[in-house]
Design a protein around this ligand. Structure first.
Ligand code: AMP
Ligand code: MG
Length: 384
């Protein structure tokens, strides 16, 4: 799937609108931070060599203003946090450690550099802290702002259409007919896709009719189509056929895992891609984590790697068969180590189970049985 994806074009956006977007440029720091030696405290700027002692107050240096003169022997300048250190002073005495009147201040001994933030101590001009491929979050946006940027070059957001299929599906508030259930996958997948940087639209629920599904695919104004359901081998599983009738060139026909076997992927002649997901909620969500997320990351020039970690299982796990198995589970902590509890019910139709999961356990093909306390591979799921 990733072989069919290359990064989208770049666009400039205000940094405050860039949360979740992926940088298309390196951002260099424009100016040292702080640009001058600055006070880390409210107090008194002094020459350390002059302390302890009784010093004459000659003025003040406030944040954003500074003090025009220099501090000579026997003198002190009132200073505030973030204000620049006056010429020839080399230390700040905390306000709480000094006794001051209108004319004199008595300070204890201090050393050069005390409570002083050196120029360039945090950021150095020209330094590159934000690089292409990084997804921006609040802290990185703060870094971009501190680097002197109002805007940043980021990758365009892929446009994704989520198409749900199935005669049994109805979307609230429409009333369900006797043999129907509420459609519940598309809202989740749209939210996931948006969280992974895409702009998502929902189409459907579509009936299990070839013409209807093919027509919706043809009209879908998106770069990536994500279908839900109808991907398997049942009589009413028409999604592959519909995509085929529009000339989809399939590059992935199915996946050797459970749940999620019917997942497929291909490209239309007009360049649109299609990811076909199974309809069972757990299958759809797991395959979204494992395939849709990396596709959207790669689309935006970010690292698509699925990052696994280890945790100790709190329940024994049976040996696995020849197909990789992804299990719904809950993370925990015991004695300072990560633990994971697989749910007894792994039915891929169950929404209840998935709603309680904050992790997936990956059981490789033919994995031997695991005992309580054995380390297993887990994929943490982002939950609110
Ligand atoms: P399918 O892959 O179309 O055979 O669907 C498998 C199961 O998932 C069926 O029980 C469907 O009713 C259910 N399902 C399919 N799509 C959705 C959806 N969008 N929302 C909720 N359930 C669905
Ligand atoms: Mg169906």
């Amino acid at each position: 799937m990733l072989a069919a994806i290359s990064p989208a074009a770049a666009e400039r956006v205000p940094i405050v609108e860039a949360a979740g977007r992926v940088l298309a440029e390196d951002i260099a720091v424009a100016r040292d931070l702080p640009p001058f030696a600055a006070s880390a405290m409210d107090g008194w700027a002094v020459q350390a060599a002059d302390t302890p002692g009784r010093l004459r107050i000659i003025g003040e240096s406030a944040a954003g203003r500074g003090f025009a003169g220099a501090v000579k022997a026997g003198q002190a300048v009132r200073i505030f946090t973030g204000a620049s250190l006056p010429a020839r002073s080399d230390a700040v005495v905390m306000q709480e450690d000094a006794q001051s009147g209108d004319v004199w201040v008595t300070v204890p001994q201090t050393a050069p550099g005390r409570h002083v933030r050196p120029a360039g101590g945090d950021l150095k001009a020209g330094e590159i802290l934000l690089r292409q491929g990084m997804r921006l979050d609040a802290w990185r946006i703060s870094l971009a702002a501190a680097a002197g940027r109002a805007e940043a070059e980021v990758r365009a957001r892929p446009r994704v259409a989520i198409l749900s299929t199935g005669d049994e599906l109805v979307q609230a508030p429409a009333p369900p007919k006797p043999h129907q259930i509420y459609e519940s996958n598309a809202p989740a997948l749209a939210v996931m896709a948006e969280g992974w940087g895409a702009r998502a639209i929902r189409i459907g629920p579509l009936p299990d009719e070839l013409e209807a599904v093919a027509g919706a695919m043809r009209r879908a104004d998106a770069e990536l189509l994500v279908t839900i359901g109808g991907a398997s081998v049942g009589d009413y599983d028409l999604v592959r056929q519909a995509a085929g009738s529009l000339g989809l060139v399939m590059s992935v026909e199915s996946i050797d895992m459970r749940p999620g076997k019917p997942t497929f992927f291909g490209t239309f002649a007009d360049g649109r891609r299609l990811l076909g997901l199974p309809g069972n909620p757990a299958s759809a969500f797991i395959c979204a984590e494992l395939f849709l997320k990396p596709i959207l990351y790669a689309w935006q020039g970010a690292d698509p790697a699925v990052v696994m970690s280890l945790a100790r299982t709190q329940a024994p796990l049976a040996g696995n068969g020849p197909r990789e198995h992804w299990m719904r589970a809950a993370l925990g902590q015991a004695n300072g180590t990560s633990t994971v509890r697989p749910f007894a019910d792994q039915d891929s139709f169950s929404i209840r189970v998935f709603a309680a999961a904050d992790a997936l356990i990956r059981r490789p093909a033919n994995a031997p049985p695991a005992a309580v306390g054995d380390p297993v591979e887990v994929l943490a799921l982002a939950r609110a």
